[in-house]
Structure formats: C-alpha cells, structure tokens
Ligand binder design. Structure first.
Ligand SMILES: Nc1ncnc2c1ncn2[C@@H]1O[C@H](COP(=O)(O)OP(=O)(O)OP(=O)(O)O)[C@@H](O)[C@H]1O
Ligand SMILES: [Mg+2]
Length: 443
C-alpha cells in the first residue's frame, strides 16, 4: 500500500493565523501536503483548485462559521474527510459538527499526538470509503457481480474456479442472502463449455409434488388432465447447460428418490412416455440448511446427499467477511446512485461505524436493500447513519477493538450513542440510562 502520508493533502481553515501555522508545521513535518485558509470563502477557492483529502476547520470564525464550511464542503466535495476544531467543553458544537457531516472533532487545546492520531484515523477512513476500483474489482469474478477480497471469499473463488473446469455436481450451502444463486450463476457463466448454454433455476419448494415429475422431466399430450400439448421439462431445457436446484432441502422425501434415480442414470422419461432420454446437464444445488443434519434426522436421503455433495461450496455469512462489507457497501452505492441518477454519496464515519457494528442477519441482500433504501431517502452529498432504519440501531454490538480500557470503551460507547441519536441528548440518556451530568462528564 502506498504511504498515505505523502499522498494526502490537507486544508486547514482557521481565522487564527497562529493556529493555522502550528497545525501546518506539525502536519508538514509528518509528510502531509498542507494548505491554509483564513476564511470559508478563501477555503472554497482552495477547494475548487486543489485536490484535498482532508479538511480541518475551526468552529468559531467571524462571518461564515465552521458549520457553514462543512455544509459547503459536503455539498460540493462529498468524498472529503472533515475534522472540526471546537472550543473547550463545546459539546453542542461537536454534536452539530457531526450532524452536519464532520467525521471527527478535536477539542481545543489538543496535543500534537491527538492531532496526528485524529488526522491519521480520518485519512484511513478516507481511503476506505474512496475505494479504488482496482481494489473493488481486482479479479475475474466481479464480471459476474461477485465482490469480495476477504480470505474466505478468495478461498470460495478458488473452489468456484475448480467447479468451472469439470461437470461434477455442486452443493452450495450458505445462510439466506449470502449469494447462493449468484455463485451458481457465476459458476455456470464461467464454465469452459457450458456457458453458452442455458442456466435454468428450479425452485424445489415452489412445485406441488403432483406436478414435480412433469415439471422436471416434461410430459406428452394427453398424459394427464390439462396436458394439452407435448411439453419439455426443466432437465431438457437445461440440456448442455446447468440446472440449479434451489432450496433442495425442501424437496419432499418421496421425490428425493426420483431425483436420485435420474441423477445416477443420467436419463429421464417424460410423463406419459416410455422412451428414455439421455441428458447432459450439470447439477448445481443450493440449501440454507445443513443437509448433514437433515440426513441425521431422517428428513433427507443420505444417498442423494452423497450424490450431490461432490464439490462442496460453503458461502460465509457477511459478518465473517471483514472489510468486504465496506467494499460491498461502496459497490451498491455506485450501482444505485447510477440507477437513481444521483451523485454517489460518501459514507460518513458514523455511517461506517453503524455498518461495521451491525450483525447482518440478512447478509448481502440486507446490505443491498439498506443501501438502496438509504439512497432513495438521502438527498445529501454524504450518507449519515441517520437515514438508516431503526432496525440498524438495535444492532448487536460487535466491537472488535480489544485494546481499550473499560473507561475508554465506555466513553467511546457514549460518544457513539450521542452520534447515533444525532445529538439528541434526551434520546441518548434514555438509551444509556444515565443522568445528564454523567453524560456530560463522559463526553
Ligand atoms: N459477493 C457478492 N457481491 C455482490 N453482490 C452480492 C454478493 N453476494 C450476494 N450479492 C447480492 O445479494 C443478493 C442476494 O443474493 P442471492 O439471491 O444469490 O442470495 P441467496 O443466498 O440465494 O439468498 P436466499 O437464501 O434468500 O435464496 C443479490 O442481489 C446478489 O446479487
Ligand atoms: Mg436464493
């Protein structure tokens, strides 16, 4: 990774020339490129001529204030990171700064280390949300809509690659919304010989048992009431291609035997006919249940399980994919912004924190829907967690930073709750169940 320090450009806005100079000297000596402006108007001029990654602005300035500065920056340069400098004890200022779209605030007087830590944190966040397309789409699989860079997804991609090189039956297992169908399609459309032939999805629980055979194998005219013409089944429709048996665990027990026979003999018979037809179909099955458990309970045939479980693909839940969650969020922002003909909003620090703290029971589908909904509602140049639905707010806290002391952790949590309620202290007090004095002390 390139050295972030030599890359980042910072604009410092403060009417106090000495403050500007001190910050400039500190940051320049650490390798940053630093510009200064003494008013919002001057800052606007710098922003329109220079590429700036991080804006550090004072809160109190004559004429236009730091809040005006943030609003201007967010409206025109949504990808910027912003740090607001506030006076000692000005919780109100800090809260309105975060509400307006600042990523961080620093209370004066601050030490060099505090400044440096906050700047580094913001630059890191800036890199995270302005993900380079080469990072987002580094491999072949994004062509099929699959995004992922985590170790687990890379392992999945390598098993998928193997599945594209032969015709062995594939069994995909994953929680709801993890991308089972997407993976099945990607295997088919990347297959060395089958990609030019059909991919046919068949939803096992969607078919009444009485129609199962005629749906899968087809029927001839007059073979049963309602069979008015010869009809091809799903197997014939998938000839030379792939048949995707979705939610295979839901297949009634008696039908499992019929399916097994066809898979073993590689031939089937249309309902009402005696002639066997040979078939060349690749089977990809998916389930969100552990078939081994169903076999143990006697609900799924063991012989069918062995027959389909040749290449086993386990899709990890979103919560186990680390930073992939942000890559996916960014990917969906790009996708839906285009669809809705809106500018791509940047994720604020507090939106990133809300996404990272959520447990994602609905996996990628839940994230996709969340970003879609948020982009419909959002009219700003940045996406703040305030537009996220309440369900996100009752999220399981998955704090991974295990280096904080209990006191630091408590203060961090209090700040997160205040940011989460958009500065509404009454709401924050209700959640935290502490009194106002303690809240102010913690802040
Ligand atoms: N790795 C990924 N990259 C990009 N989009 C993804 C990824 N995984 C899933 N999606 C998207 O998430 C949504 C859900 O995926 P899909 O329908 O394949 O999940 P599923 O596991 O079949 O869900 P269900 O269990 O509900 O049937 C789809 O819109 C899909 O495009
Ligand atoms: Mg599915």
């Amino acid at each position: 990774m390139p050295d972030t320090k030599t890359k980042a450009s910072i604009l410092v806005v403060d009417d106090n020339k000495i403050t500007c100079e001190v910050i400039q000297r500190n940051l320049t000596s650490s390798g940053y490129r630093v510009f200064v402006a003494h008013s919002v108007t001057d800052a606007a001029a710098v922003l329109s001529h220079r590429h700036i990654d991080l804006l550090i602005t004072d809160y109190k300035m004559p004429a236009l204030t730091g809040l005006d500065m943030i609003k201007y920056a967010r409206d025109h340069f949504q990808d910027l990171s912003i740090i607001m400098l506030t006076g000692y004890g000005s919780i109100k200022g800090a809260v309105s700064a975060v509400k307006q779209g600042a990523d961080e605030y620093l209370t004066k007087p601050f030490t060099d280390k505090e400044l440096m830590d906050t700047v580094e944190k913001c630059i890191k966040k800036y890199k995270e949300r302005n993900i380079d397309p080469a990072v987002l789409y580094p491999d072949n699989w994004h062509r099929f809509g699959l995004i992922g860079q985590s170790r687990k997804m890379k392992a999945l991609f390598s098993t998928m690659q193997k599945a594209c090189e032969n015709d062995a039956t594939v069994l995909i297992h994953g929680e709801s919304g993890t991308g089972k169908e997407l993976v099945a399609r990607a295997i088919h459309y990347n297959h060395k010989t089958r990609s030019g032939y059909p991919f046919i999805p068949f939803n096992c629980p969607g078919v009444p048992p009485s129609l199962f055979e005629s749906e899968l194998f087809g029927h001839v005219k007059g073979s049963f009431t309602g069979a008015t013409k010869d009809t091809r089944g799903f197997f014939e429709a998938s000839e030379n291609g792939s048949l995707f048996l979705d939610e295979i665990s839901e297949l009634p027990f008696e039908l499992q035997g019929k399916l097994l026979r066809v898979l073993q003999e590689k031939e089937f018979t249309r309902v009402g006919e005696t002639r066997h037809k040979k078939m060349d179909v690749r089977i990809i099955a998916a389930t969100n249940q552990k078939l081994e458990d169903l076999v143990e309970k006697g609900l799924f045939r063991q012989d069918l399980f062995f027959r389909i479980n040749v290449i086993n693909i386990e899709i990890p839940p979103l919560r186990d994919r680390g930073n992939d969650m942000l890559l996916l969020a960014k990917h969906f922002i790009v996708k839906f912004a285009k669809q809705l003909e809106k500018k791509e909003p940047a994720l604020t620090e507090n939106a990133i924190a809300a996404l990272q703290n959520h447990a994602w029971p609905g996996n990628v589908r839940e994230l996709e829907n969340l970003i879609h909904r948020s982009l419909i509602m959002n009219e700003k140049a940045y996406l703040h967690s305030a537009v996220f639905p309440n369900a996100m707010k009752n999220t399981l806290c998955r704090e991974k930073n295990l280096t904080l002391s209990l006191d630091e952790m408590t203060r961090k949590y209090v700040r997160d709750v205040v940011a989460h309620t958009c500065g509404n202290k009454t709401k924050a007090l209700k959640i935290l169940k502490i009194d106002r004095k303690t809240l102010l002390k913690k802040l």
